[in-house]
Design a protein around this ligand. Structure first.
Ligand SMILES: Cc1cc2nc3c(=O)[nH]c(=O)nc-3n(C[C@H](O)[C@H](O)[C@H](O)COP(=O)(O)OP(=O)(O)OC[C@H]3O[C@@H](n4cnc5c(N)ncnc54)[C@H](O)[C@@H]3O)c2cc1C
Length: 377
């Protein structure tokens, strides 16, 4: 193949998912790829709005496994992959109360066995790292000192740059508005510019994955976008915050972290909504300030510098959806990245490229993330 209108694979969406797959496919020698992105720039939606941290702790086993695998790539990318480091190991501090702390305590030996560095912190340790939290708010805490902030923009563009260098094509401002099917399998896509033929179409459209689904008719895969809000504000006068780790209080739905203009915080909101250019609503912003007032009063901002929101898209069981559709052949899901699409992207991109090129992968047991799990249900 390899003409202006016919490709070995077409990827819908150039967020971190589509870009990482293009990179790994090209590395595997599949370079006749077209990425179609509706917006003027890659990463305009969820990818451009993430807090962008690596946190190797998760209650969904497959997500935890993917985070650990993805973390290895972020710490040690291939030579020449990126121009700047991808991960700043600024640390992640997570506080828990009650039963949640009991379950996390039980997870720690397994995490360590998987190579995650986990330090259990005393109340005094926490207070000395982040002097604004109150010791009454948590029963236990862990520090993941080798995790931290990802340069999501550098990661995204490194995937794109390297994929294009090998021949992958990227069309911006070109929305897919139909999928062509022939005898129950995919044969191409339709856009405003015309039709492109391909036996393989990958749904990496983030919050729109459910809309793209409608183009293929029957499939048991379901996905829902949920909005999450972030605000930024100045650090309190006289308080040096720039070396703090990101701190998350999982029992009270709050995280905060230093960032370039001072501090960033999120109420960890999860409002289901239709796919859209998500905007923060007043409630999400008010919730953030309220939680800061309640749990870290010294951090509560007098004014906000920026606020934004993005959509995190989940399957009902919270695991990702990676693999060929159970009904429509040639339609490949790369969806449901939820709140972990950046940190897991290298692992997920690699797994998806293995499945596409070899039909299998050695990286992990993919039954947990396969779309086939919905057909079995
Ligand atoms: C506030 C917030 C904080 C987050 N924090 C983290 C974090 O700390 N760590 C982490 O790993 N993850 C985090 N995430 C999650 C992460 O951002 C997502 O999992 C990830 O970006 C999803 O990537 P994606 O490529 O699937 O989606 P997107 O980045 O949304 O990309 C999908 C693309 O598809 C395009 N598209 C859609 N429909 C069409 C069409 N019909 N034709 C052509 N193009 C189309 C869209 O324009 C879009 O660019 C966070 C998310 C939010 C919102």
């Amino acid at each position: 193949m390899g003409s202006e209108s016919s490709f070995d694979a077409i990827i819908i969406g150039c967020g971190i998912a589509g870009a990482s797959l293009a990179y790994f496919l090209a590395e595997r020698g599949m370079t006749d790829i077209l990425i179609l992105e509706r917006e003027e720039q890659p990463g305009y939606h969820a990818t451009g709005r993430a807090a962008g941290v690596l946190v190797e702790l998760d209650f969904v086993p497959s997500i935890l496994e993917l985070k650990i695998l993805g973390g290895r790539f972020l710490r040690n990318p291939p030579d020449g992959f990126s121009e700047y480091p991808l991960l700043r190991q600024s640390g992640i501090l997570i506080m828990f109360k009650g039963e949640l702390w009991d379950s996390v305590r039980q997870m720690i030996p397994g995490l360590r066995q998987s190579g995650v560095v986990v330090n259990v912190l005393s109340r005094e340790d926490v207070m000395s790292l982040i002097p604004v939290v109150s010791s009454n708010n948590f029963d236990g805490a862990v520090l993941l000192p080798e995790d931290g902030h990802i340069d999501a923009n550098e990661l995204l563009w490194s995937y794109i740059r390297n994929a294009r260098r090998r021949g992958a094509r990227l069309h911006l401002k070109e929305e897919v508005h139909g999928i062509e099917l022939e005898q129950g399998r995919v044969s191409g896509v339709k856009t405003i510019a015309g039709e492109y033929r391909s036996p393989l179409v990958i749904n990496a459209s983030g919050a729109w994955a459910g809309n793209i689904r409608k183009f293929i008719g029957q499939t048991p895969v379901q996905l829902t976008p949920y909005r999450r809000t972030i605000i930024t504000f100045a650090s309190p006068d006289g308080m040096e915050t720039k070396d703090w780790p990101l701190a998350a209080d999982l029992s009270h739905d709050l995280y905060f972290s230093p960032e370039s203009s001072g501090m960033l915080a999120s109420p960890m909101d999860e409002d289901p909504m239709e796919p859209c250019d998500a905007r923060p609503d007043e409630l999400g912003v008010a919730q953030t300030i309220e939680r800061l007032k309640q749990f870290t009063p010294r951090l509560a901002p007098r004014s906000i510098i920026h606020k934004w929101a993005g959509l995190r898209t989940f399957a009902p069981d919270q695991a990702m959806v990676v693999g060929e559709d159970p009904v429509v052949k040639g339609f490949f899901w790369l969806s449901g990245q939820g709140g972990a699409g950046i940190e897991t992207s290298a692992a997920v991109g690699q797994i998806a490229s293995d499945l596409i090129v070899d039909g299998r992968t050695e990286i992990m047991d993919v039954s947990q993330i396969s779309p086939m799990r919905f057909a079995d249900a």
